[in-house]
Write a protein that binds this ligand. Structure first.
Ligand SMILES: [Zn+2]
Length: 161
């Protein structure tokens, strides 16, 4: 028994299975629980994705009701200690004609429906060939933008989208 076992699940997005953070990887059986994504999508190594993160992402996609195209999961190059390497982050874009600004507003709104709004990292990347987003379940609130090789405050990136 460690102290973390007491952590309420509703607002941290953790449960006992996830108590060691990034170690709880998706089994083929658990992938069958995921309704809106398949392991063949661009998750890198689907068996390195984190169970709690995938359950969250599945719920978020259901709330969103717009196709999410995953461009990156565990693969690629990221900052040291990136949530990507723990299987707790994806990069994606939305298959929609909505403006990026409208997409940001929609995503923020739908994140609220998952009850993990305050326990997520969300980055907005207008410079990608398909402008899109980074999303992770980091257990604290983080919002940012990235443009012209620089990290920007969320308020700043909203001026560009
Ligand atoms: Zn990312």
């Amino acid at each position: 028994m460690v102290f973390g076992d007491w952590t309420p699940t509703a607002w941290t997005g953790r449960n006992k299975k996830d108590i060691k953070g990034g170690e709880n990887k998706m089994t083929p059986e658990e992938w069958k629980e995921i309704v809106n994504f398949k392991p063949e999508e661009n998750f890198g190594n689907p068996e390195k994705m984190n169970y709690r993160f995938m359950k969250f992402l599945d719920r978020f996609r259901a709330e969103l009701r717009i196709p999410m195209i995953i461009t990156c999961g565990t693969q690629g190059k990221h900052v040291t200690n990136s949530y990507h390497y723990q299987g707790r982050a994806v990069d994606f874009y939305l298959d929609t004609k909505m403006s990026l600004g409208a997409q940001v507003a929609l995503i923020m709104d739908r994140l609220m429906e998952t009850s993990l709004y305050y326990n997520t990292g969300l980055g907005v990347y207008p410079d990608w060939s398909k402008p899109g987003f980074h999303l992770d379940n980091r257990d604290y609130y983080a919002r940012w933008g990235y443009k012209d090789g620089k990290e920007l405050l969320f308020q700043e990136i909203l001026e560009y989208v």
